[in-house]
Design a protein around this ligand. Structure first.
Ligand code: RFL
Ligand code: PHB
Length: 393
């Protein structure tokens, strides 16, 4: 078996693993990133699109923000539509001038991969981590199967950044963690379409047929979502049915149409919440989706993942530069406070915007909550601060 030694073995080249690698590399701390999928696959995987104010600053300070600053779309407001009536929430006005940047997750990934490969720092694609062990020693190990056969990486710390279906969280003995979980009775059907967005700002819509979201990626590419039943099959949704339903749910009297175009990508995602606590076991530290999942309605998943590794990098720098492990010892508790805040916000947004198909009492409460969210300055201010910068609060 091939052997590699490093300080930090990072499992997963999603936004969390790649940014952690970059933050450590900038401080000269030796690390390797190991990714199961190919470079092409991770660079094309279409997911999140909204970057919080403080997280955009984090990417800049990690020297990974140049293209985001050039190509990202800065939004100062968001629209909420309820049964055909439109309300604008002036995010920046209510959140001290801060704004969100709309920039695809796969672009963040592409930027971080390019930085790493240009600098010649180790990044193994097509390399499936199958074992994480010796976590209660000073020399934890990670084993993977790749082009070069079986490889054993011995580090001082392992960062589990391999998402919710990865191997890291499963390497922790069940008795040592608690898993909090909630499944929502909806899924999201998402599409990426070659169609100029018929909106300047994101639109979250609650319609009696269900939820809809109008987002975008560029002046020529739209990203849209429909709330659907959890057992819905993609095959039952023709292009025509998708566009018809989006049009119905998003229409207002002044804007009865959206722009349609060829669908470039489509998928269905179940909506669920998961929190794993603590986010540490011995020398293994979990970050991002490996430790928690939020329903996408609050646009928090990638932001949480990047904010976790900001914390983890800070703690590892204190360990390796100053031999001070206090931040590492506090890592899980520090992150979990923020994670639960994001769970609360995402749950609230989800419940407010997805009508129940069978409980009209719930629907009455949702309408009241939504009315308050778009008419009360206090409620709009809270929503704006959480939407724009929850991870810095
Ligand atoms: P990722 O991105 O899942 O990366 C984990 C990586 O680990 C690899 N891996 C392994 N590698 C080696 N060996 C193994 N055994 C491995 N097992 C797994 C995987 O291949 C993968 O490359 O996790 P990370 O870095 O924690 O990032 C989290 C984000 O990806 C996620 O939270 C967001 O995409 C969630 N999300 C959104 N977040 C936002 O902040 N704003 C949004 O607007 C937003 N919209 C969304 C979303 C997620 C969605 N889906 C599809 C789940 C919209 C959707 C539809
Ligand atoms: C996206 O653009 O993909 C997006 C935007 C807002 C969300 C979720 C996804 O809440």
């Amino acid at each position: 078996m091939n052997e590699i030694r490093t300080r930090v073995a990072i499992v997963g080249a999603g936004p969390a693993g790649l940014l952690l690698g970059q933050l450590l590399t900038l401080r000269g701390i030796d690390n390797v990133v190991i990714e199961r999928r190919s470079r092409d696959y991770v660079e094309k995987r279409v997911r999140a699109g909204v970057i919080e104010h403080g997280v955009a600053q984090l990417l800049e300070s990690a020297e990974a923000g140049a293209r985001m600053l050039r190509e990202g779309l800065v939004h100062h407001g968001v629209e909420i539509r309820s049964d055909g009536v439109s309300h604008r929430i002036p995010l920046s006005e209510l959140a001290d001038g801060r704004a969100i940047t709309v920039y695809g997750q796969q672009e963040v990934v592409k930027d971080l991969v390019a930085l790493r490969l240009d600098a010649g720092v180790p990044l193994y694609f097509d390399s499936d981590v199958t074992l994480i062990d010796d976590l209660n020693t000073d020399a934890p190990v990670v084993e993977f199967e790749g082009d070069q056969g079986r490889v054993r990486v011995t580090g001082e710390v392992v960062a589990g950044c391999d998402g919710s279906f990865g191997v890291s969280n499963r390497s922790i003995p069940r008795a040592e963690l608690r898993r909090y979980e909630r499944t929502f009775p909806f899924s999201w059907l998402g599409i990426l379409a070659q169609a100029p967005p018929a909106t300047d700002e994101l639109i979250y819509a609650r319609h009696e047929n269900g939820f809809a979201l109008y987002s975008l990626r560029s002046p020529t590419v739209s990203r849209l979502y429909l709330g659907v039943a959890p057992d819905e099959k993609l095959d039952d949704w023709s292009d025509e049915r998708i566009w018809d339903e989006l049009t119905v749910r998003l229409a207002t009297e002044e804007n009865p149409q959206i722009n349609v175009g060829p669908i470039l990508e489509r998928g269905i995602t179940a909506m669920r919440s998961i929190v794993i606590a603590p986010m540490r076991y011995g020398r293994l530290f979990l970050a991002g989706d490996a430790a928690h999942i939020v329903p996408p309605t609050g646009a928090k998943g990638m932001n949480l993942a990047l904010a976790d590794v900001r914390e983890l990098a800070r703690a590892l720098i204190a360990k390796f530069e100053d031999h001070d492990e206090r931040l590492l010892d506090a890592y899980s508790a520090t992150c979990l406070e923020r994670v639960w805040r994001a769970e609360e916000f995402s749950t609230n947004m989800t419940q407010m915007l997805h009508p129940s198909y069978d409980d009209d009492f719930e629907n009455g409460i949702q309408r009241a909550r939504l009315h308050q969210a778009v008419t009360s300055r206090e409620a709009m201010t809270l929503l704006s601060r959480n939407y724009v910068d929850l991870n810095s609060l």
